[in-house]
Design a protein. Structure first.
Length: 307
């Protein structure tokens, strides 16, 4: 009978961390190892699997096809490992976590995060509120939420704000969208106040492009429905874009860049957060960064990490 091949979880963690941070030098700092030690671990992983997992791309490294497969399994193995360790180390974690979240993220990786946390800590009750940015920040200020994942609205940051990344704003429309240069650009936007709406209209005005609002909605789902109906285009990040919509190529549409938007993890003003909130915040942070790293790789986007 063949001897089973065992994967080293430390090696897998180095492999995943380097990809999530966009640099194995950063992974070495995060994991407290030397860069040469990380290189040896990556070589060991390729020897163990018998596959080339990484290839040179410019000054950095990119995943091969086999590397993409390995990354998916590595994440699952590490998540199960971390879930088991958390359950054993903190079996008596109790209380509640009140989370505020943007609708852009609610239907992607959030259910998996909530499921893993609930299995590891059945004594913690998690309440998740999905709403628009202003509503979430107001609720956080009133003490109705413990933490929220929010868009950065500019100005000085509070001491309890952690900047995670800067995401590109992109014009998004139906797959068959064709801009007519002799007509005002048809826009579908969220109701005010909306950071995307403000920045998008400012960019169009600065570029001298005429526009008209053909549809406004209080919810993100309303925007996606309007785009599915072919009413116009909108401005969002590429995270959570439905299958019936695409990020429009600015070279073909001659639309102006709308810049970036910051993503922050904000904690309420309570004197001290509970152990449950602190632990959930850590899990949420790592899951968010992993999701953004995967998005950047799959769509070849520039997502600037600030964490």
């Amino acid at each position: 009978m063949a001897v089973p091949t065992n994967l080293d979880l430390d090696v897998l963690r180095s492999f995943v961390t380097g990809l999530d941070l966009g640099s194995y030098a950063k992974a070495a700092d995060r994991l407290g190892r030397s860069q040469s030690a990380i290189s040896l671990q990556l070589r060991k992983l390729e020897e163990t699997t018998g596959q080339t997992l990484l290839r040179k791309q410019g000054r950095g490294l990119a995943l091969t096809h086999e590397g993409e497969i390995m990354l998916g399994y590595a994440r699952r193995l590490l998540e199960l490992n971390d879930e088991a360790v958390a359950a054993l180390k903190q079996p008596s974690l109790q209380g509640q976590v009140r989370l505020g979240l943007q609708p852009d993220f609610a239907e992607t990786w959030l259910p998996d995060v909530l499921g893993r946390f609930a299995r590891a800590h059945p004594g913690v009750h998690v309440e998740a509120r999905v709403d628009r940015n202003t509503a979430l920040l107001d609720a956080l200020g009133r003490g109705e939420l413990d933490l929220t994942l929010a868009w950065h609205e500019g100005g000085a940051s509070a001491s309890r704000t952690e900047h995670l990344a800067w995401l590109p704003m992109m014009w998004i429309g139906p797959r068959d969208f064709a801009r007519r240069h002799d007509e005002p650009l048809p826009l579908v936007m969220l109701e005010q106040p909306c950071l995307f709406r403000q920045q998008g209209l400012a960019a169009l005005d600065a570029a001298g492009i005429s526009w008209r609002l053909v549809f406004t909605s209080p919810s993100l789902s309303g925007l996606w429905a309007a785009i599915a109906a072919g009413l116009g285009i909108t401005l969002r990040t590429p995270h959570g874009v439905p299958d019936h919509a695409i990020a429009l190529d600015p070279r073909l549409t001659r639309l102006p860049s709308a810049g970036e938007i910051g993503l922050c993890l904000k904690t309420g003003d309570a004197p001290s957060a509970s152990a449950a909130v602190v632990h959930f915040r850590s899990i949420l942070r790592e899951s968010c960064l992993a999701s953004l790293a995967g998005l950047a790789r799959s769509r070849k986007l520039a997502v600037r990490k600030t964490a």
